[in-house]
Design a protein around this ligand. Structure first.
Ligand code: PXG
Length: 289
């Protein structure tokens, strides 16, 4: 595998990061997870735009332009013969010293890994997920804003640990006010009749690219979609619940806190959106060439 590192494609064995990189020392950096479907990079410009916003939010100056970065992603896919795959785009604060001060780091490191993807087992799409709401609250928006897709994922990992130890693959995180925020690595939607509801970003949700795509596809399916404040009541009383994310795409949630949601099986709206999303993903995007 060839890894893109700061303008060069290097063999995996030489793709090394310094122990003084603040990405390692402090989780100081930002990233994106992107999919390639059928020889095209899905929503590349949207991912790059979000990465630049994340970088701006942590006062990290991107060392290349959006167009330059998009080209680097495509180049990395080409070099690895990627047709269907998963791309991890990482920007670390770069080399500094052992102190916190980010301004000792002169050059951000840009790393692109284009490889395969580990997905939820197909069976889970057929049965739906069983989730719990966890005690670990989503970061307060004025502590680490969840709109920043940063390398500091401990908040999500602590939530994931609770979920795994309770025998669940995913969990629902609440924000400090008790409102539903998102899952540990996916956004959440509630289906109520012909309406899709998802928490607004100020409730602690990442502005997910898959979430946005679902909201754009909804009207063609006769569905309304909007951001709304949600509580656990809304999960327990929903017709259907599903999660969205680059890796998961769309996956049903059929149980929350041991309570059965709707029919207890992936519902018709979720199944239709899964199909429509897959068709859309496989027929759009930036050609790898
Ligand atoms: N919320 C969070 C906290 C995420 O990390 C999403 C929502 C979905 O956003 P997109 O843009 O992908 O629709 C994510 C996605 C994993 C994993 O292995 C998931 C993500 C990042 C890293 C790993 O599940 N992010």
């Amino acid at each position: 595998m060839k890894i893109y590192m700061n303008g060069k494609l290097v063999p995996e064995s030489r793709a090394k990061v310094s122990v003084f990189d603040h990405g390692l020392l402090y989780g100081d950096g930002v990233f994106e997870g992107i999919r390639a479907y059928h020889g095209r990079v899905f929503k590349l410009d949207e991912h790059i735009a979000r990465l630049f916003r994340s970088a701006q939010a942590i006062d990290l100056k991107m060392p290349l332009t959006k167009a330059g970065l998009a080209q680097a992603v495509v180049r990395t896919c080409q070099a690895n013969g990627i047709w269907d795959g998963y791309i991890r785009l990482i920007v670390t604060r770069g080399l500094g010293n052992l102190g916190l001060n980010p301004y000792t780091c002169k050059t951000p490191q840009v790393i692109i890994i284009a490889g395969g993807i580990q997905l939820y087992a197909e069976k889970l799409y057929a049965t739906g997920l069983d989730v719990i709401t966890v005690g670990t609250l989503r970061n307060h928006t004025e502590a680490i804003n969840p709109r920043i897709k940063s390398l500091n994922y401990l908040n999500n990992i602590l939530a994931k640990i609770e979920a795994m130890n309770a025998g669940c693959m995913e969990c629902i995180m609440l924000n400090p006010q008790g409102f539903v925020a998102e899952a540990s690595g996916d956004n959440i939607f509630v289906v109520r009749g012909d309406t899709l509801l998802t928490p607004p970003s100020w409730c602690g949700a990442l502005e997910g690219i898959t979430r946005q795509t679902v909201m754009e596809l909804a009207p063609e399916q006769g569905l309304q979609a909007r951001a709304e404040v949600l509580t656990r009541y809304d999960l327990y009383t929903a017709d259907e619940v599903f999660l969205t994310g680059t890796a998961a795409e769309i996956i049903a949630v059929v149980k929350a806190d041991r309570r059965i949601i709707g029919s207890g099986r992936p519902g018709p709206v979720t199944r239709r959106l899964e199909r429509v999303f897959r068709e859309h993903a496989r027929s759009s995007g930036t050609p790898i060439g």
